[in-house]
Design a protein around this ligand. Sequence first.
Ligand SMILES: [Ca+2]
Length: 365
Amino acid sequence: MKGKELFYMTHMKLIVPLLLSAIIVMIGSCQQGESTDHFGITKTASAINKPVTDNTHPGMIWIPGGDFAQGGDNEQASEDEYPKHHVTLNGYWIDETEVTNAEFARFVKETGYITVAQKKPDWNEIKKQLPSGTPKPDDSLLVASSLVFKAPPSEVSLNDYSQWWQWEKGADWNHPQGPKSDIKGKDDYPVVQVTWIDAQAYARWAGKRLPTEAEWEFAARGGLKNNIYPWGNESVNLGDPKANFWQGHFPDKNILQDKFYLSAPVKSFPANGYGLYDMAGNVWEWCEDLYNINYYKEVKNGVTNPTGPSKSFDPEEPNASKRVLRGGSFLCNDTYCSGYRVARRMKSSEDSSMEHLGFRCVSIK
Ligand SMILES: [Ca+2]
């Protein structure tokens, strides 16, 4: 369908909810400026200090350079999160929140930009991403559209995402749930229904760029090490709601412990140790890098300022050029994608837009 693949969640097996037994215990002694809490999480000095901001970078936070171990931290990690490997990064500025509707509206107003979802799909471009011989969809489907979440009335197989994603004519960033929806009163919600191509255009206009996958994960870890989530290792399902995700039975029943069925205004949940909001849940965030399932194997011996693989490769759709997505969304839970884990990798083709897909930007200037 239009090269806008329905967001393959490649590892759909049911995962046992995270228990204390899964907590990774920090091995080794702390260095100066670090402390260890009762979950075995090591806090660095940078995570304890208040966020570094300045008035030349409004809405951004300085992430000091450093090094970390990138990759999976618990048994929920999938194949592409291994091997865990050493990464060194220079410092960078990163948006403290996902780009909001108000910010994207300003970009559109100043530039007249039209997003991918607002244009009629070009079959000649789409078919390059599909296996040869894929038949052309009916013309009724080749109209400006995007993917909208529609909960099924009852339990469905988690292997069939078409039961909760609908190709909706007229859905776009200004109408996230379809032509009858709008974003009035939602200035501070994250913009969604934007493709990687659209996110690139916004970032250029803003004088920024998308984060690399390594920059995104380092920032999400919030100055902690060996942490499963931005806040540490306490299960996402325990204590006060820590992020906007799906509680209950996905995708048919949401018991709304976190109060939000779909996306939430940015800053609705506590920031991580760097002062960054919604690094878990709310909406998936585009990264700069191409997605390649084997990339971590290529850099297993360590890497400095990585910019991702030179070629995209997803065995499920080998012809599609895919980019990395991070952070999970309001649709994530432990039975499905556990996307709120800091190491969780997701991917989608560059021209995909969905109701739970947004971005934030970085800058090194
Ligand atoms: Ca929620």
